[in-house]
Design a protein around this ligand. Sequence first.
Ligand code: ATP
Length: 768
Amino acid sequence: MKNWNLNSKGEERQLGENIVAITVADVIVAKVNDDDELLLFVSKPNQRGGVLFNPIPEAANEDKDEEAYIDDKHPCEHDVVGGLTLKRVKTSKLCGGSQDESTIDRILRPLRALIDPVTVLDMSEGMTREKLRMLKRIMLLVVSSFGPRERACHCGLLDRRRQFAQRSRVRKLQYIAELERNAEGLELSAQLQFLDQQNLILSLENKALKQRLDCLVHEHLVKCRFTIRDSQIVDIGPGLEAITVQHETLGQEVARLQTLYHRQQQQQQQQPPPTHRRSKSRDLDSQFANLSLKGNESSSGPGLLCAPDGHPQLLSDCWYSTSRFTTEGDNKSPTIKALPPKGNPNWQFPSAMALLTYSSTIPFSSSSSSSSSSTSLSSRRFPATPFRAHVSEPLDPWRFRSRLPRPHAPVRAKATLTVDSPATGDASPRNGPPRVLLEVKDLKAVVKESGQEILRGVNLTIHEGEVHAIMGKNGSGKSTFSKVLVGHQDYDVTGGSVLFKDQNLLEMEPEERSHVGLFMSFQTPVEIPGVSNFDFLLMAFNARRKNHGLPPVEPLEIEILQQGSKSLAQPMRIFQYLTSPWQTDWDNLKPSGQLLIVKSSFSSSSSSPLHPLFLLSFPILSSLSLLTGMSVYRVSDAGHFYSLVTPKVASLNMNPKFLDRNVNEGFSGGEKKRNEILQLAVLEADLAILDEIDSGLDVDALQDVAKAVNGLLTPNNSALIITHYQRLLEYIIPSYVHIMEDGMIVKTGDVSLAEQLEREGYRGISMS
Ligand SMILES: Nc1ncnc2c1ncn2[C@@H]1O[C@H](COP(=O)(O)OP(=O)(O)OP(=O)(O)O)[C@@H](O)[C@H]1O
């Protein structure tokens, strides 16, 4: 193993000699081959010494997607959340340890085939400070390939499609790993220096050659590969195998671009702010119009589109757009003609250049002004006379729409599901009197462990469309009542009956209770390390759908737009436009994964018109696809789970990034509560039991949460709210207020009872 002194943020990290274990992230999911299952699945070590999911499920459990696995010694506080049974395994099972040698060996065997030696952290004795320190400083992701047959690591929760959301977390780590793998035995150290948000300088120091190799790396190119041969960088970026660049000249080029960049920055600072902001698409248009072209003037061969002066940020786009082409016409105004890449006679030249060429009026004239920059490239490949493309008018992407290659058939059948809720409740009231949803008669329950009786005969009837509030002194049994209703394992029911929608609730397993429409928001919501909120919501949602005999909902629609020629056999240096579809910033291009993906916001659904920016970007992607052999995908959320969940996130005033975070992990108290309501909103339960959702909420959050709950109430569902304070009931007006004392409901009234309680306290209320 080489030592690397950088991590993805450019911070100094020194890796231990033999350590290749993998993570400080919550979950590492990596995939190399198209057919791969999950590579590795390690959760952040936490104080309980556990991670949540076992990467090697029992054979019998393999198909139970909604289940994970528990180490009984580390039970979760609540083992049923949103209808999913959560189980826990010990870190030792993942990171190694003496407890189960064969399991560890099974995990590590394929890893060892790729990277050796592998250091195993023995976690069987629990987490020590030293081990934690070791884990924390490990920032190297091992990208490996486990075929489906080996299935060395399989995650019961995430299938390939769901990994989209996870990939963002690993992209930079992958980058480091990729650099490491491609160093070809040369000892390199690397430094990253950010020029701006998107561009950075990657400096590779080759100690053996005593050379420093600098290269501008656009964010798109973060996954680019630098191969070093004979003191030259060969193969920079996808598809540019033909380009050989001497590192010294590349360094000069970088320096030049850097100067340009700084000069431009200075100029921008000196200029008064523009009065009108130009739309981004217009900016792109004009930037494309400024592209220049360098290439082989007379014969076929590689060409290079170059960024206009002062726009180094376009450089990598241009590189990506490099295609095989030839020029026709005389030197003064040659035109470009595309050549099909080898082995692909049907190629149509759908590159950025195609946009230029198709306009057919574009003259390419010899330009001496840019000859200086051409010397930065190897003269063997690039003659000193470059061409410069002039575009007389801004590009109108709509003009070229019909020329774009027709999308291929979808990779898999497009989901035609509408995301209908499995909940039975809909907004329209049923005919006749409201149905009884919950009928509790003389319910008695004891603490399983001690036999202490907590509930001593609770009676409560809840009809559809009603909101019931339970108040009561601390320790009166409110939470116990709600937990008994959802089947908490700590309690035994010793008497009475509970009917939910005419079914005997007490005979049901906890997850069944959830599936039939009972939802409980806990006082202290459970954290689920290693599982993103989005995945969790999707799993819970689909678990309920499954229970109702409905097919699962897909997170996204994925459609292939251009089939690449290569199989995904190699780790690819491809970026994707989308890792989290809720992030809709065009500039936020993410290097990750193996797919070229256009964000849903640009492509919308397949039936709706294509966004102009998509049209502009597609040729680049398409060209890149041709060069690299990778496929181009389009992703749409229309009618899929993303489109269901994102408005609900918005209605709760939650930051969409919360979808990407692990369930409740690191959330503030208020955020956890909102998250609980988000779960409720997604699951659309018939009866929501909300235990102190107002605790820990500031005034705004309280209003948001109350508003969201009110928005979920329909004539056909109901809510049971446990609270200490009347203020919540100002926002969610209850039909009935009950007071619980010593394990029984001792008084029932309307909202005025809560007001009286607020004024006079429990002493002021007669419980008779
Ligand atoms: N698992 C348990 N083990 C031991 N005692 C328990 C357990 N669960 C509940 N109790 C006891 O039962 C009583 C009622 O607790 P519960 O949490 O239901 O009260 P509560 O009305 O919700 O109180 P608060 O308003 O403070 O939340 C308390 O005395 C509590 O200590």
